[in-house]
Design a protein around this ligand. Structure first.
Ligand code: NAP
Ligand code: ZN
Length: 353
């Protein structure tokens, strides 16, 4: 076993702190990844603090992992030592069910093995995430980071990128389509860049009026502040697609009123309380309300290649590992511009031990 430095928490009420975990020695199909950067997703906060009620401790968050291959098993064909690679939200699945066979491993009938807060396929050991210096992952669940994508700015694509790319593709974001992105945080800002790159006309709907200039600089065509409520009458019935990334409870009915007939609203954010839905919000203009969960390995690679080809990468603030608890507090105040990314060298330096 490989002793590995990490940051995690022993209970939902405690801040994150240094801890040591073990990683398996690479087996024949495994890649040992020396982690360079790990993005900070709001899911890391929800799960660290047990906001969804199914956290398992000790918990080491992190599922936006990039780094370099440090070792490979005998049967690894897809990667070699030194390659720039990434790992997203899951690290294994059953591989034989209809969803795995279709490349939608996130919907594995047996449950995908999530990168952290999950059981390994042996059903016993916990998985630990990317707030750590190294990780061992089967090659089938490792992504190639294309040349031209800076590693630190690519890290958030492993979750925020695929989570927004997948529904934008499924629901036809492109020329002639009006797309609204609700919430300009980690997911939201990548959604804006991707939707613009796909050719859609993009509006940001934000509870933070101060983000207007940033939204336009990210490529959004329009920005509307939601706090005063006027937007819901002025823009009623305008959008083909709404991508909702808000992490806290909010009124879905008001956002649904912004859709055109046959428009679709996709929930990506996971507030810790259920929402109230009026049937008329769907009935009166034949709206669809749906959700989307990350994306499969093949589509994640497609997204990374799309980002490299179109110059899309996250806007980030690089932090040392020791800054993680402050970063969480800032995210909870919607004060993230627009993804925190941890420099894992800060965990390797002797001073940080
Ligand atoms: P984030 O960076 O913290 O951004 C969330 C944004 O939501 C904030 O920046 C803010 O944007 C808006 N917001 C927050 N509280 C709000 C409130 N009370 N009212 C209105 N707007 C509010 O979070 P993230 O990493 O993008 O994650 C967003 C959500 O997606 C989380 O719940 C996360 O767990 C979930 N998620 C889901 C998937 C999936 O597969 N479906 C994958 C990853 C993450 P403004 O300041 O612009 O209003
Ligand atoms: Zn995530």
């Amino acid at each position: 076993m490989l002793k590995t430095d990490a940051y995690g928490t022993a209970a939902g009420s405690e801040p994150l702190a240094p801890m040591q975990i073990t990683r398996r020695e690479p087996g024949p199909e495994d890649v040992l990844l020396e982690i360079a950067f790990c993005g900070v997703c709001h899911t890391d906060i929800h799960l660290s603090r047990d906001e969804w009620g199914f956290s398992m401790y000790p918990l080491v968050p992190g599922h936006e992992i990039v780094g370099h291959v440090a070792a490979v098993g005998d049967r690894v064909t897809r990667f070699k030592v030194g390659d720039a690679v990434g790992v997203g939200c899951f690290v294994d699945s059953c591989r034989v069910c209809e969803y795995c066979a279709a490349g939608e491993e996130q919907f594995c009938n047996e449950g995908a093995t999530l990168t952290y807060n999950s059981k390994e396929r042996d059903g016993r050991n916990l998985t630990f995430g990317g707030y750590s210096t190294q990780v061992t992952v089967d090659q089938a669940y490792v992504l190639s980071i294309p040349d031209g994508l800076p590693l630190d700015r690519a890290a958030p694509l492993l979750c925020a990128g695929i989570t927004t790319y997948s529904p934008l593709r499924s629901y036809g974001a492109g020329p002639g389509k009006k797309v609204a992105v609700v919430g300009l945080g980690g997911l939201g800002h990548v959604a804006v860049k991707l939707a613009v790159a796909m050719g859609a006309e993009v509006t940001v709907l934000s509870s933070s009026p101060s983000k207007r200039a940033d939204a336009l600089a990210l490529g959004a065509h329009e920005f509307a502040a939601t706090a005063d409520g006027k937007v819901f009458t002025e823009r009623a019935g305008q959008y083909h697609l709404i991508i909702d990334t808000v992490s806290a409870p909010h009124d879905l009915n008001t956002y649904l009123s912004l859709l055109r007939v046959d428009g679709t609203m996709v929930l990506l954010g996971v507030p810790d309380k259920p929402a109230v839905l009026a049937a008329t919000s769907l009935i009166m203009r034949r709206h669809t309300l749906t959700g989307s969960f990350i994306g499969g390995i093949a589509q994640t690679q497609e997204m990374l290649d799309f980002c490299a080809a179109n110059g899309v990468a996250a806007d980030i603030e690089v932090i040392p590992m020791s800054g993680i608890n402050d970063a969480y507090e800032r995210m909870l105040k919607s004060d993230v511009r627009y993804r925190f990314v941890i420099d894992m060298d800060s965990l390797r330096a002797p001073a940080a031990a």
